[in-house]
Write a protein that binds this ligand. Structure first.
Ligand SMILES: Cc1cc2nc3c(=O)[nH]c(=O)nc-3n(C[C@H](O)[C@H](O)[C@H](O)COP(=O)(O)O)c2cc1C
Length: 199
């Protein structure tokens, strides 16, 4: 299958096989892949929390509304977090990034105010979600991206001083009867004509 075919066959899993486990080798690869995600000025304002512990998964599941069962029955959950404070971000880039990059941040991002800085950092983390979902498609790993979680509860459970939760992705092996798979529920997208503009 080429990559296009793999992207056609990937989908958001709604029901996992609780016995299904992702191999440690694949998890190690995913850790490296997500860490390699590109970001504006190479800012990398993120943390990726890989959860395989069933007790913690259960606690996070309780804080995930209608997504609970997916999390509990998944093999792994990755929680995507972003730096809480601009000051910590500034420390993280000072000395690590070239002066031109730091100046881009100072002149084009920071000048827009604190809310804009937070939003910009969040955008970078969402890019890494795209990388991860594409990697899962390539590697044949079933996945569920989820914003339907309570980030404040996640932060209490994960207790990470500098980072706060944005969203999470469950990984695992789909249940044979998962009704969201494309052969049962075909994928829907807007027409190419509506979203691709050629000039
Ligand atoms: C950022 C983001 C958040 C999402 N949150 C949820 C969620 O909380 N629960 C869920 O079942 N699906 C969630 N989805 C899945 C989307 O509904 C799904 O990607 C979209 O309908 C396209 O379907 P497909 O992924 O099966 O191709 C989310 C997707 C993204 C990208």
């Amino acid at each position: 299958m080429n990559f296009l075919e793999k992207m056609k066959s990937r989908y958001t899993v709604k029901k996992y096989n609780p016995q299904g486990k992702i191999s440690e080798d694949k998890i190690q690869q995913l850790k490296e892949i997500v860490q390699l995600s590109p970001s504006s000025i190479n800012s990398q304002p993120w943390n990726f929390v890989f959860v395989s512990d069933s007790v913690i998964k259960e606690q996070l599941g309780e804080a995930s509304y209608w997504n609970k069962e997916k999390i509990v029955e998944s093999s792994h959950l990755i929680v995507f977090q972003v730096l809480k404070h601009a000051e910590d971000f500034e420390k993280q880039i000072e000395g690590r990034l070239p002066e031109g990059s730091v100046n881009f941040y100072k002149n084009f991002v920071k000048t827009k105010g604190e809310a804009a800085v937070k939003s910009w950092m969040g955008h970078q983390v969402y890019l890494s979600l795209g990388v991860l979902l594409a990697a899962c498609a390539e590697m044949g790993i079933d996945s569920t991206p989820m914003e339907g979680i309570d980030p404040d509860q996640y932060d209490i459970i994960l207790n990470n001083e500098k980072y706060e939760t944005l969203f999470a992705v469950a990984l695992g092996v789909k249940a044979e009867n998962d009704s969201n798979q494309p052969n049962i529920t075909p994928k829907t997208r807007q027409n190419k004509e509506q979203v691709i503009v050629e000039l």
